[in-house]
Design a protein around this ligand. Sequence first.
Ligand SMILES: [Zn+2]
Length: 254
Amino acid sequence: MAEIPGEQPGHALIFGSGSIGDGCLVRIHSRCLYGDALESDDCDCGPELTLSMDMIHAERGGVLIYLEQEGRGAGLSSKARGYRLSQNENLDTFASFERLGYDPDSRHYRDAAITLKALGLTTVRLLTNNPDKIAHLTGEGLCVQHVPLLTVPRSRRARRYLTAKRERRGHALPRTWWLCRIADGLLAAVFVGVASIVGAGLADGLAGVTGLAHHGSLSAAAALLVGHLGWSRTRLLRARFRLFCSGVSGLRLT
Ligand SMILES: [Zn+2]
């Protein structure tokens, strides 16, 4: 881990046992106490961070740059005021920030770019939906390959937040979310089927070892256990499937 000094301080966390190299996955994440730590349904910060870490771990290496800039660069209190104004006045968060006198997005990524270059990177695969972030890094001399992050909004408020990001800031996000939900539903159905088969097998094995009669409830309990243990491990698979479905459907992500 390395500290990032400067106007937008933060930390660079380097993952992987070997040294990282050009083309590694990079996530530049602006701190969001509500989304990252409190799992707020108002934004997609938490799911984006989780999915980024899943993807970095799946490749056994990458960089997470966590910047101490929040509320689109205006601070935690202003972010809370922005959310409250959005809810009370039925505004999207960009409009509420403008109403409060803030820039819609005053975040900067120069120090992040300097840090990436100091790590010896000239080309990065950037986990983001934000074209501004790509432009900032490119402007600092880095070659950036875009890797989209497709999360499913956890509430109607989050869906509205993501829609505002797409319409007002050009974020690469779907115009509709139903396809993502269908993709998630399909994978959930497959997962339930597999868990039921594995659970029934486990119950059979247990009945054979213990000499107890095989009850259906034992199979159901084993399936629930398999499902509970395995479902969280399919997050990355589900995200990739959502992206695949969005791609083959011809739906534009911008
Ligand atoms: Zn957030």
